[in-house]
Design a protein around this ligand. Structure first.
Ligand code: 8YV
Length: 331
């Protein structure tokens, strides 16, 4: 009997095509939002494998009830929605979709940096509001980026593309803080490894590209913002949980930092009355880092390939808990 794959949202068709061509029975949730957890559990109990999205809460409760699953392929590079320890305990390998979205996500970080530095989103709104009356020699002034210091928090694949963009366009000096040294970034971009404290103190632009974990949750808070330069710009395109949004609002209102660009907020979605939306040197986007035709196609393809590889030869292209793959599981 063919294996049943549940895809938890409508994603690019390529995933469905590859999986059906490989002989699987594919069921795609047709709702225009994520399933509630009881719905997800009920449907996952009838499936052998899951192609999940970031909004699905795959926590201990989920694994207590769906420990029968053979494999989970996540349609995202981040997998903080999945309790990987519980999946591992249940013997379920989990994969994500790195690389295919690095260029797209770094473009958003790079674009937000420029937009903030010249107050673009805010000034666009002033025109809509009929406030462009005359030339103002001393108004609407931004700051330039050439030769400034870029601080990367989380020098992984996306952080490296951001470093490359900033160095190529603005000859920015690159410093970074990471769980471990990234020798490739040091060699390619002359990136200098610094402590978290130094990163806060020295960055003109501080761009977050880390995972959301127990160590990084809320790490950008009142204490951290107060150590940053008053002229600095904070960019976050990873997960909103890495910053404390009230502390960020306060840091901008008290001018502890100069500006902020966010593609991820805390919570998501951001409410329309959020004070960040009316600040001149702030730019906010609705979590669109990977939202290009190319990246979303690549994510769908890679997620499907992970499931196909798993059933064909017990391997996955991008498994996040590979030790599970070496342990055969009696289902
Ligand atoms: C996704 C993302 O859009 O890859 C990630 O980690 O945040 C985004 O690319 C989202 O998580 C959908 O699953």
């Amino acid at each position: 009997m063919s294996k049943k794959i549940l895809i938890t949202r409508i994603i690019p068709q390529i995933a469905h095509e590859l999986l059906t061509q490989a002989g699987f029975e594919v069921n795609v949730w047709q709702g225009d939002g994520p399933m509630t957890q009881p719905e997800l559990i009920e449907r996952a109990r009838q499936a052998d494998a899951l192609l999940s999205l970031g909004a699905d809460r795959l926590n201990q409760n989920f694994f207590d009830q769906c420990g029968h699953l053979d494999v989970i392929a996540q349609f995202a590079v981040g997998y903080d929605n999945i309790d990987v320890a519980a999946a591992t305990q249940a013997g379920i390998p989990v994969s994500n979709t790195p690389d295919v979205l690095s260029e797209a996500t770094a473009d958003i970080a790079f674009g937000l940096m420029i937009a903030v530095s010249r107050k673009m989103f805010y000034l666009h709104k002033t025109i809509e509001q009929g406030q462009w009356k005359k030339f103002e020699p001393l108004k609407n002034l931004g700051i330039e980026l050439t030769g400034k210091t870029l601080g990367i928090f989380g020098m992984g694949r996306i952080g490296m593309v951001m470093a490359q963009r900033c160095q190529g366009a603005y000859k920015m000096k690159v410093i970074y803080h990471n769980r471990s040294r990234n020798e490739e970034a040091e060699k390619l971009y002359g990136a200098r490894y610094v402590s978290f404290e130094e990163l806060l103190k020295e960055s003109d632009v501080l761009s977050v590209h880390s995972v959301l974990s127990a160590e990084t949750r809320g790490i950008f808070n009142k204490a951290s913002f107060s150590k940053m330069k008053k002229s600095s710009i904070f960019i976050n395109t990873s997960r909103g949980g890495v910053h404390k949004e009230d502390d960020l609002i306060d840091a901008l209102q008290t001018k502890a930092i100069w500006g902020a660009g966010l593609d991820v907020t805390n919570p998501e979605p951001m409410q329309p009355d959020n004070p960040l939306l009316s600040m001149p040197s702030v730019a906010v986007l609705p979590h669109i880092g990977s939202a290009t035709e190319e990246a979303r196609y690549g994510m769908a393809r890679l997620a499907a390939q992970n499931i196909i590889e798993f059933y064909a030869n017990g391997k996955m292209l991008t498994c996040v808990n590979p030790k599970v793959l070496s342990i055969s599981k009696e289902k």
